[in-house]
Design a binder for this molecule. Structure first.
Ligand code: UDP
Length: 315
């Protein structure tokens, strides 16, 4: 039985991670300030005897009394709409929050895992993106607050590994979806599904020719568990290589939901990456991991979740 600290533990991915470690019989300290996380995400296991919640902004000094075996840093606004609304907290949690969590892991002699992102590749000039690619990021564009904070976070994590000998991991997470995504976070999955279920037009940005590759959250959680067990300190991509255009994705959602919604075109946000597809050769070889949840299967579960949320909102 080990003790895990998960920052951003009340967020979409963080809450699934908390749940997965509790299920394995571990202790979980979930730290969140509900900036973009939500109490309802953890409501199903707050009463679990192995679970502790701490309301704290990790950009400030972190105090934890008990021993820790693992520190997983997942706190950050993570949708383009959120980090445009919260540019300075996004920079702070990626920079100061990473520094504080690394310092905590060092003091506790814990294994450290940084949640990084495919955004470190920016608007990539190569496809698919492998870990060797250094990226094409606009540092001063609207997405720069997230992209550069995460790039700094990776640099800081590698420095703690090289200089202090901290046992670190870096996971580069590609577009992930599933239950507990915030309905109003502006991302394409909750937007399209709720629009389709409400019979409203699906808002495709630009011509919808930009591509994304969507992975179901359970696949990501499995990849993170495997990465924690591996002795590897350089970044590892975890994502689903099944790539499609945003327009194809909109049509898929209309088809699966059986919706009568139409499609409307809206302006493409600044610096919106034109392509995104993970090269997962490394994860396959190193971790023996690859995604196993089919898009239709994952979407069915996500659609059920969104449907239930919309019902709640009506009541
Ligand atoms: N997008 C869209 N309509 C929406 C929301 C997003 O066409 O209502 C597009 C967006 O421009 C981007 C892709 O869908 O090309 C994925 O956007 P998301 O916000 O989910 O995250 P990103 O992958 O850009 O970080």
């Amino acid at each position: 039985m080990a003790r895990y600290l998960i920052t951003g533990g009340a967020g979409f991915i963080g809450s699934h991670l908390c749940e997965s470690f509790l299920k394995q019989g571990h202790h979980v300290v979930c730290m969140d300030n509900y900036s973009t996380g939500a109490a309802e995400n953890i409501a199903g296991f707050t009463a679990h005897p192995g679970f502790t919640f701490v309301d704290h902004n990790v950009s400030r000094y972190i105090e934890v009394q008990e021993p820790l075996d693992y520190v997983l840093h997942f706190a950050s606004p993570a949708s383009p709409v959120d980090y445009l609304e919260l540019p300075i907290p996004t920079l702070k949690v990626g920079a100061l929050g990473t520094h504080n969590t690394l310092g905590l892991a060092k003091a506790k002699k814990a294994v450290y895992l940084l949640a990084s992102t495919s955004e470190v590749y920016g608007d990539p000039l190569v496809r698919p993106q492998s870990e060797e690619y250094w990226g094409n990021v606009n540092p001063i564009g609207p997405r720069g607050v997230y992209d550069e904070a995460k790039r700094f976070a990776e640099a800081m994590t590698m420095a703690y590994h090289r200089y202090h000998g901290l046992d670190t991991r870096i996971v580069r997470i590609f577009n992930t979806y599933g239950p507990r995504m915030r309905m109003r976070d502006g991302r394409v999955v909750p937007n399209f599904i709720s629009q389709a279920l409400k019979g409203e037009p699906l808002t495709v940005y630009g011509q919808g020719q930009q591509t994304r590759s969507f992975q179901y959250v359970d696949d990501l959680v499995a990849g993170i568990h495997k990465l924690l067990a591996a002795d590897h300190h350089l970044p590892v991509n975890i994502g689903n290589p099944h790539e499609m255009t945003v327009l194809e994705f909109a049509k898929k959602i209309i088809e699966i939901t059986g919706s009568k919604s139409t499609i409307v075109y809206k302006p493409l946000p600044e610096d919106d990456p034109q392509v995104r597809q993970p090269d997962i050769t490394k994860a396959k070889k190193l971790l023996g991991w690859e995604p196993i949840v089919a898009l239709e299967e994952g979407l069915a579960k996500t659609i059920d979740y969104v449907r239930a949320k919309l019902k709640e909102q009506k009541q």
